[in-house]
Structure formats: C-alpha cells, structure tokens
Design a protein around this ligand. Structure first.
Ligand code: ASP
Length: 410
C-alpha cells in the first residue's frame, strides 16, 4: 500500500481528532482515559505549536527583508505595496458588510434576555480601552527595538523593522550583496525546517482538535446558537464564495485548485486558532502549492498574518450589533459606520494569536457606548468561533498573494 501524502495525513489527523474529542466528551471527565488523553493531547499539540513558533520570527524577518530586496530587482516594490494594502482593505470591508448585514437580517439577539447572562457579566472585569488609546498603543507598538521585538516574538514590529532592512538593502545595492545572500540562505534553511515540521503536522493537529472538542462546553450553544450560526454562516460565505470568487475573477485560479493547495494551512489555522502560528505553513502552501513567487509571498503573507483579518473583522462587527440587539439599543447609521471602522481597526490591531479578537472587541463595543462587560457572554463560545475566523483570516492572505502577484505582473 502507498503511504498517504502529508496532505492526506493532515486531513485524517483532523477527522480522527474531532472523532476522538467527541468520544472523550461523552465520557466522565475524571475518568483515567480522559485525563491521560487530555494530558497527552495537550502536550503533543503544545509541542507542535512550540515548533511553529520557534521558526516564526526568523521566518518573518528573512522573508520580508529578502522579499522586498528582490522585488526591487523587478522594479515592483511600490506596486506590490499599494496593491497589497488595497486588496486587504477591500476584502476586509466586504467581510464587515457581510457580518453586519446578516446580523441585521437575522437579529440573533432578539428573544434573548440579558438577565440570563447576569451571572457571567457580574464576575467579569474588563480593561477599559478606548479608541484613541488603542490607536496610540498600536502606533507605539510599530517601532520597537528590533532585538526586543525578535526576542519577544512581536510579529508586527519585526515586520516593520524587516521592511526597513529590505529597503536599505535595495538602496545599498551591490554594497550589501553579502548580507542579502546571507539572509537569502537563512530563509532557505528555515523553509527546510518548515518542511520537517510539516511531517509532524498530522499528529499535532489531531492532538489540538481532540483537546478543543473534548473540552468545549456544548450547553452554552443553546442560548447563543443563533448568533453562532450567523457568524459561522457569514464567515463561511466569505471564505467559500466571496474570496474564491474574487480570486477567480482576477487570476482565473479555480476554487478547487486553490483549496487543494491551501488545505494544509487552513486545517492548521482551524486547529491552532492562530494566524501567527500557522504562518510557516501558510508560506509553504503559498509558495509550493499555489506557486506564488517567493518575493511576493514573502511580503504579502507575513504582513497579512498580522494586519489582514477578514474573519476577525466580520466577527467583531457582527458581535457588536448582536450585543446592541441584546441590550435593546438600536444603533443609528452613524453608530453603525463607527462599528464598521472600529472593527476594521480592531482587526488590523489584533495580533494573530488565539482569542486576540476578544481583546480588541472591547474597543469596538465602547466606541458606540455598548457595555464592555458583554465580552463575558461572548468569551465562552470564542474557542469555537475563533477556529473558523482564523481559517478565513489565513485564507485571505493566501488569496491576497495570488491576486497581488497577478495584478503586479500586468
Ligand atoms: N485568532 C485569530 C487569528 O490568529 C485572531 C482573532 O480573531 O482572535 O487570526
């Protein structure tokens, strides 16, 4: 019998993970088998994420610096920048509109009573973070001592510093040839390690999904089921119809071909709920399976992993309207516009880690005077919603690099 490809193994890992997780969920939570099972899946899943995080920062740094330096060779830096940012803004705007429209149509907050969440809201303290503060904090976070940023795994700050290095390499030209070669070779070495880590992905993903499914509190889904259905439905609409349609219209890459190439990254995003942790896999899929040039992928994907989050933006906007609905406030058109823009900023500012969107959600709520404590209602269901929104976030980056490559070539 032929040994299945890594791609098939990942798929099998995901299926087994969900099945075993459901099985554990049905057992007594203090039985030995569940305890041992959860301990080992926590350990294995955690190690898989550790490995991805280990190479994340060197990967981001070398990809961006080398990517920008090489783009100059094609005289394309400027076009890649502008096309990338335009694409990110355009798709995030569509995602937010979808989330808001679906929420206005289905109104999942109707019929729910705030009283039933009183307990959760009382025991919850939120950090107050207004829009102005948030923007200041975000801007300050951009320019950080590169050594601190590298050591702390601050992806956005590393992206910025690497961009400067890339530009300096371009301007220096031949003078810095050696440094460029060094970075290029480092980048290749890291991509080689990504290949090794991918061999462990099926096991890592299975472990993460076992833990996720087994520890999910299903009882909560009763009350919030309709809201969850609206968010998941619109996120899937965006990910399965809108993004592939844009991709097809611009590049003629069919959805089938795209999803075949993107699968590993999407499953990893589902299992890790982290765009950053998934980034090494996303890079590999984009270059190897979807055949995006390394200089374009090396720029668009790492940048997108931290600022381009369609799923998060969609969720934040929908959740704000849901909370308004729940507390019985009808938002005016201006307030809805504020929700639109703050959701966009919140998605840009959210780091690519699990439940990051929940933290920036506070800002969106407060921007229109909604109670920040409502986060307490949203948190328990966040593990599940985070999986899908992260997958959509990662998908947007891969679609983005294909689109940017095509548009820049023209
Ligand atoms: N977990 C998401 C990501 O990493 C961010 C979020 O929406 O919480 O892309």
């Amino acid at each position: 019998m032929k040994w299945p490809t890594v791609n098939t193994q990942i798929f099998l890992g995901a299926v087994f993970g969900v099945a075993i997780g459901l099985y554990f969920h049905g057992l007594e939570s203090d039985s030995t088998i569940v305890k041992v099972g959860l301990y080992s899946s926590g350990l294995v899943g955690g190690l898989f994420i550790d490995l991805l995080k280990m190479i994340l920062i060197p990967l981001v740094f070398t990809s961006i610096a080398v990517g920008i330096a090489n783009l100059q060779a094609h005289k394309q830096v400027h076009r890649v920048w502008t096309t990338t940012l335009a694409f990110f803004a355009f798709t995030v705007a569509i995602a937010i509109l979808l989330g808001m429209t679906a929420n206005q149509i289905f109104r999942p907050g109707d019929g729910l009573d705030l009283e039933m969440f009183a307990g959760a809201m009382q025991s919850f303290e939120t950090k107050q973070l207004g829009l102005a503060e948030f923007i200041a904090q975000f801007l300050h976070g951009l320019f950080v001592n590169p050594f601190a940023a590298l050591a702390q795994g601050n992806v956005l700050a590393v992206v910025i510093f690497a961009t400067f290095v890339g530009i300096a390499l371009v301007i220096g030209g031949e003078r810095y040839r050696n440094i460029l070669t060094l970075l290029q070779e480092l980048n290749e070495i890291i991509m080689q390690m990504v290949k090794w880590i991918m061999y462990l992905a099926p096991l890592g993903i299975m472990a993460l999904l076992i833990k996720l499914v087994a520890t999910q509190d299903m009882a909560l889904f009763g009350n919030l089921g309709k809201f969850m259905a609206v968010v998941l439905g619109t996120a899937l609409l965006h990910g399965i119809v809108i993004l592939p349609l844009i991709l097809y219209l611009i590049t003629k890459v069919t959805p089938l071909k795209f999803f075949k190439g993107a699968k590993e990254a999407l499953v990893t995003a589902l299992a890790t709920s982290s765009s950053s942790a998934t980034l090494p896999v996303t890079m590999r899929c984009t270059e190897h399976n979807l055949h995006v040039r390394r200089d374009v992928a090396g720029f668009v994907v790492p940048l997108g992993a931290t600022v381009n989050m369609d799923g998060t933006a969609l969720y934040e906007a929908a959740a704000a309207l849901f909370v308004a609905n729940l507390v019985g406030i009808d938002l005016s058109l201006t307030q809805q516009l504020i929700v639109f823009f703050t959701s966009m900023i919140a998605a840009i500012g959210a780091p690519g880690i699990p439940s990051a969107g929940m933290v920036t959600m506070v800002m969106v709520l407060q921007s229109v005077g909604l109670p920040a404590e409502a986060i307490a209602i949203l948190l328990p269901i966040d593990r599940l919603l985070d999986t899908v929104r992260t997958a959509v976030n990662v998908e947007g980056d891969m679609v983005g690099s294909l689109v940017v490559q095509k548009l820049v070539e023209r």
